[in-house]
Design a protein around this ligand. Sequence first.
Ligand SMILES: [Zn+2]
Length: 470
Amino acid sequence: MKKFYLTTAIPYVNGLPHVGHSLEYFQADTVKRYYRFKGYHTMLLSGADENALKNVQAAEKEGLPIQEFLDRNSKIWAETYEFLGVHLDVFQRGSDQKKHWPGVQKLWKLCQESGDIYIKKYRGLYCVGCESFKTEGELVDGLCPDHQTKPEPVEEENYFFKLSRYQDQLIKLIESNTLKIIPENKKQEALSFIKRGLEDFSISRSKERARGVGVPVPDDPNQIIYVWFDALDIYMTGIGFGWDDIKYQKWWPADLHIIGKDINRFHTVYWPAILLSAKLPLPREILIHGFVNLKGEKISKSVGNVISPQEVVKEFGLEPLRYYMLSQIPIDSDGDFTFDRFKEVYNGDLANGLGNLVARVAKLCEQNNISAPELPTQFDPKMTRPLEEFKFNEALSHIWEEIADADKKINEEKPWELSGEKLKKILEDYVKKIQQIGYNLQPFLPETAQKILTQFSGQVKSAPALFPRL
Ligand SMILES: [Zn+2]
């Protein structure tokens, strides 16, 4: 049986999920469902990046012991997935000393065996928000542009990874799409970063600076492994790396990593270089989405515009949020969330579009005793092609074209003026169209699709509105 292994980004758990995070979860879940329909054995993994300094700082601010803080927040992240109907097969935590830590140390040793780890005295400016060093050139007025904070000067002896050694190999792998980066603008961003010249980077910190939190460097208890070297490895340790080789061999490499644009470099440069050094297979594809803004502004605690996904779902339902994220946020740029736009899309596409068509045809069928033919068994290729390229909005707009076509046909054919065999034939034709629309919707709106397929099996009957108008 063919397998499809995909992951979402591993968040720091110092903050909590907001509505923008749901984009990535819905994308991952849609891809997973699609491959399951195609007969693949699928695995969806996420987890929690728990060894970051910013978690320690957040725990201190709340006056909680670090492990208690991590347990509480990681649970909230994991539960948010389930709340959103996105079932994770694995949620791998970074503080898991049984499954995660041995794998991180194993990866370290493999890079060491390749001669890619060395010790060096270092001075640099560290942004805790980014959990990475910044060059002077990356700062704006001395501040990290992403966090508006002044990075801390750090001077210590650290272990370094010979990233520079992999520059040419990475360029070849990315240009040839052996390591496929989607969309094209994010691929070019990664390539231009690499072509500017890669510098070796620090992959450890003193135990003191790490506040004692994190995976110890093998054979050097005074140093802790850098949080990114550790967190990226969750993609492998969650599926057996370092503790179940048969499981690991079955699932690795990942077929798809889905991430946000702010962590492009870590996934398209550092991560593949580490894997090349360790002589392990690289992930096949990396999908990089933009941010979901709120009325054009970045969603953040400091701006004070955080909306939780729970808030939206409780008011409007789960699948309308799912539909909004998948249809309104393009894959190659940032998208926007506003309640006005949300209601517009809900009423336009869901209530008046899909919901109205289904109700209309069901009623006509009920009045004329129509039974449905066998359900379809194949997706429409016009929708699968964009879906396989992760153009979720294009795939959905194809389905909505079918809905508009069906509406138009009904208005032209005026079945309410017809009778007998002619009417029966026309209605059966509508039923087939709706069945195919329901079938195509399964990866995107699983619950709605199921309702439609159930309603349009056997004797067709009216049912409560799929999406009551707002
Ligand atoms: Zn920063």
